[in-house]
Design a binder for this molecule. Structure first.
Ligand code: NAP
Length: 321
């Protein structure tokens, strides 16, 4: 693909996430809304190809995109062969078989593969494709489906700037995007991948409080969701520290400080921080990082135990004296 021509994009495995990414790109193109990279013309694909395995998935692609997307069922090699960029969106467990299928190496030569497979490392991907294939790993989250997502991208140091910019453009149509070293991707999954689920628990609990105090359930949900969205947008848009925003609405002896102290009594900060830690451990344990996270978990347990022993020793001392 020449730098001056529009690329052809193949979504290899166009299921829930593949369709979300496609609709993000297509709607940002048709609405004329600039992506955060602001580099539309250079990257706008001239053709979209969606590869799926079965009729049902194919039907969903047709229903959502009609003729704007070329649908291929059971024709991965043809789809990849016609494309310049391959967005790998299958389930992780089938990716190796698909990429190592006979004839696939030839059509992957010199192409860019962007993988959204959870837990599949760049090294694993590089092992499954020819040397000339460039690989970028992406970790999007579910709000990408409404273009309010967060995607973290990782690549090897030798990836060219043009490829990085192109990947940034693709995911900037779905929300925020940034590059990070691959070693952070487990924590990214624990925080931004699982984060929407954790935020929903907070949202629901706040709404329960509203219901307890007499608000109708639907009104409570709306108020709670908007409060969380508003606070999050203030942090992102102003760049202010969250505590600055919190302090600005906390009147001395007022209702907010009363509520805040109740939250602190319930150890909400450590509960939420540990939630992310645990999600990261569990995610990391499920793949190659078992030993790294096991060591870390054992270290935490030992530290906790030593702390308890020290504290109980101090209590005994103070009882004696
Ligand atoms: N969901 C999330 O929030 C999230 C977040 C980050 C990353 N991810 C990653 O996103 C990936 C996709 O997840 P998903 O929820 O979109 O899965 P999905 O809905 O099951 O989509 C997978 C797609 O791959 C197709 N496929 C399966 N075998 C194929 C083959 N041999 N050749 C071509 N296509 C094939 C499926 O077609 P058929 O249905 O016809 O079999 C389906 O269209 C996963 O790797 C996941 O780790 C997901």
């Amino acid at each position: 693909m020449s730098r001056n021509t529009s690329p052809k994009l193949c979504i290899l495995g166009c299921g829930t996430m593949g369709r979300a990414i496609l609709s993000g790109i297509l709607s940002s193109l048709s609405s004329g809304v600039q992506s955060s990279s602001g580099n539309e013309s250079a990257f706008t694909p001239e053709k979209f190809i969606a590869c799926v395995a079965g009729e049902e998935s194919g039907h969903r692609v047709k229903r959502d995109f009609g003729d704007r997307v070329t649908l291929l069922i059971g024709e991965n090699i043809k789809g990849v062969g016609e494309a310049d960029i391959v967005l790998l969106c299958t389930k992780p467990q089938v990716a190796r078989t698909i990429l190592m299928e006979s004839g696939m190496a030839q059509v992957l030569e010199g192409k860019l593969v962007i993988s959204i497979l959870a837990g599949v490392t760049i090294k694993q991907l590089k092992d499954w494709v020819p040397d000339s294939t460039r690989v970028i790993r992406a970790m999007p989250n579910t709000p990408c489906m409404i273009r309010e997502g967060m995607t973290v991208l990782s690549c090897l140091a030798n990836i060219q700037a043009h490829d990085k910019e192109l990947a940034l453009w693709v995911f900037s149509t779905l929300g925020r995007v940034r590059f990070l070293d691959e070693k952070h991707l487990d924590a990214v999954t624990g925080l931004s991948g699982s984060g929407p689920a954790f935020a929903c628990v907070i949202l629901e609990a706040m709404a329960d409080g509203g219901v307890m105090m007499g608000l109708p359930r639907d009104v409570s949900f709306e108020l709670s969701a908007q409060a969380l969205q508003g606070a999050a947008k203030m942090v992102l848009q102003t760049g202010k520290h969250p505590s600055e925003i919190k302090d600005s609405v906390t009147t001395p002896a007022g209702c907010t400080i009363a509520g805040l102290l109740t939250m602190e009594d319930g150890k909400i900060r450590s509960t939420l921080a540990r939630t992310i830690q645990e999600a990261t451990y569990v995610y990391g344990k499920s793949d190659r990082n078992t030993s790294r996270y096991l060591k870390r978990a054992i270290y935490d347990q030992v530290r906790c135990y030593v702390w308890k022993v020290v504290m109980s020793g101090m209590k005994v001392q103070s009882t004696i004296s």
